[in-house]
Ligand binder design. Structure first.
Ligand SMILES: Cc1ncc(C[n+]2csc(CCOP(=O)(O)OP(=O)(O)O)c2C)c(N)n1
Ligand SMILES: [Mg+2]
Length: 343
């Protein structure tokens, strides 16, 4: 009997598994898993390189992999648009940046494909991959995303735009103006809020008087959804529905993924001044990666040996990328004013 027929027969006998409801094939589950593990391992290596004095500045995505990978995976790579913020390592890996690409930016080497070493690290951009380069002021990417979605709609293109930000960003005027415009013009945009409970040292309770950022969508005339940000399949499912809706003319959706960041805000922050070790330890118990691995093992999609083999492969690729980037040239100082004045 063919594999597909066997799978069909099995699913006829029992209630469908969660990934079947979400319409995710086993190959797609493994894809999601690989992106999450890659993001975590690259993140940990970058942090170590920072502590070794090799990477000047690192923003950690650890803890956010479920919502970053799950949401970005709902886009069509290359033809849809990603408007990420600085914490979105998982998003840009799904969009198509490689570990080497990311490290070239962290080391500010001339070959950095995102900015040619002219931006801070974690400010990714790629015309080829549809990643829109952002600026550092919080929430400024949100009106960019909405403007882009307006252009897409005006030109009757089939693309959608996804824009990510933290819960702290939703206090900014830019954010509210963008939401309002998106609601009025029903543009094809999906807003993903990665709510990790803190804006650097400021806890959510000192940032807003409501529990759910998603409630704010009602004020702008579209749907808001809260999702468990540590559940990659749930994040994919809710985002995919929003993508389908946006693509068929249904306008924007705001998705709030509840998650947590395990490391300090950046490599320059000391989180011991505003949260306890116990709090972080407790949050780590909900880590999206082991949780997804348990699901995959339970459903026979991967084995413990399969996970080990994947980790080994990524470790080798990572070592090659670090070695390459270590030896790559820096930009020359005479180059600093290129792309600033007309030549
Ligand atoms: C307009 C502006 N104000 C302040 C800052 C400094 N700043 C950088 S990140 C950040 C916190 C953002 O928190 P949140 O949106 O929750 O995202 P998270 O870093 O938690 O993922 C702040 C205040 C900034 N970059 N821009
Ligand atoms: Mg935050």
């Amino acid at each position: 009997m063919a594999k597909a027929e066997r799978a069909q027969e099995r699913s006829a006998e029992r209630a469908p598994a969660r990934h079947e409801v979400a319409n995710l094939s086993e190959a797609q589950l493994l894809d999601l898993h690989r992106f999450m593990v890659t993001a975590r391992m690259l993140d940990e290596r970058m942090w170590a390189l920072n502590r070794q004095g090799k990477a000047p500045f690192v923003v950690s995505s650890a803890g956010h992999e479920g919502c970053q990978v799950g949401s970005a995976y709902a886009l069509t790579r290359g033809s849809d648009f990603c408007v990420p913020y600085y914490r979105d390592l998982g998003v840009v890996l799904v969009a198509g940046l490689t570990m080497r690409d990311v490290l070239l930016g962290v080391y500010a080497k001339v070959e950095d494909p995102c900015n040619g070493a002219r931006q801070m690290p974690s400010h990714w951009g790629s015309r080829r991959l549809g990643i829109i380069n952002g600026s550092s002021p919080i929430a400024t990417q949100v009106p960019h995303a909405v403007g882009l979605a307006y252009a897409v709609k005006y030109r009757r293109e089939p693309a959608v735009v996804m824009c990510w930000f933290g819960e702290g960003a939703t206090s900014m005027g830019d954010w509210h103006e963008a939401m309002n415009f998106a609601g009025i013009h029903k543009v094809p945009v999906i807003f993903v809020c990665e709510n990790n409970k803190y804006a650097i040292s400021v806890p959510q309770t000192k940032q807003m008087a409501i529990e759910n950022v998603a409630d704010r969508a009602a004020g702008y005339g579209f749907e808001g959804h809260v999702v468990d940000g540590n559940d990659v399949m749930a994040c994919y499912e809710v985002t995919k529905a929003a993508v389908d809706k946006a693509r068929s003319g249904g306008g924007p959706t705001l998705i709030e993924a509840k998650t947590y960041r395990y490391a300090p805000h950046t490599s320059d922050d000391d989180d011991r001044t505003y949260r306890s070790k116990d709090e972080v330890k407790q949050a780590r118990e909900l880590d999206p990666i082991p949780r997804f691995q348990a699901y995959l093992k339970e459903h026979g999609v991967i084995t413990e040996d399969g996970i080990k083999a994947l980790v080994d492969t990524i470790r080798t690729e990572l070592a090659e990328a670090v070695q390459y980037v270590d030896q790559a040239p820096y930009p020359v100082p005479e180059d600093a004013l290129r792309h600033v004045y007309a030549e």
